[in-house]
Design a binder for this molecule. Sequence first.
Ligand SMILES: C[S@@+](CC[C@H](N)C(=O)[O-])C[C@H]1O[C@@H](n2cnc3c(N)ncnc32)[C@H](O)[C@@H]1O
Length: 227
Amino acid sequence: MAKPAGRLVPVQRDPVAEIMERLAGKDFLSLKDRYPGSTWHKYLNLPKFVPASVKYCEVLGLIDAAPQRILDIGCGTGLFLYCAHHFGHSGVGIDIETDLMAEMAAMLGVEREIERVAAFTPLHPRGKFNLIVCMGTQFDGANPSPIRRQWGLPDWNFFLADLLEQLTPDGRVFLRINRGREAKRAGRMYYNEHLAKALQHGHRGGIAYLFDREGLAVAVRNTAHRQ
Ligand SMILES: C[S@@+](CC[C@H](N)C(=O)[O-])C[C@H]1O[C@@H](n2cnc3c(N)ncnc32)[C@H](O)[C@@H]1O
């Protein structure tokens, strides 16, 4: 009796494995020796951060999506953008660190520009984005420094209104606020209940928010009302 024709089983893609394989030839760990005093060594741990970045691509619906143009604010090493490129997207990152993370971004081939997010200062215009992400940043800073202070609602209002200007009509903003360990230890807050209330429209749990244009506009109105 003839065997039934075998059914074609779709090949399961494992993006984490694919990305790890593509990065295997690059000696990121050498950056540890080149920048021994850097506080960013933890970001060289690809087995930890590649799956995390792919997870964010998934959460943000970037896998198997039409190509999107992404702005990553406080992009660090650029690994998230690298993973987003893997899924067919493009983008640019901005950050203030010029040493280890800048070099890693260059090794990844990620476009990364030096720009400091500062209170009441619009971002340098770079055209419209389908997605703006801002993950683990704390512009107001845990470190006592004259140029860093805790942002209040007026600062957030300005920042969010500026982001709204840079979005395409279908654009989205993903914010994951860094609470700041040092701040928590010192009993200071980065993320107070007024801000939480103002942002609640985009709440995704914990300290993460995902806004479409409408949700972001609500957050802008809410932060303005509470000033
Ligand atoms: C905790 S790291 C997060 C990096 C990356 N977004 C991630 O999720 O892995 C915070 C990043 O924000 C950057 N950063 C801090 N303050 C900034 C500012 N005012 N403007 C732009 N980037 C800033 C830091 O240099 C650092 O790369």
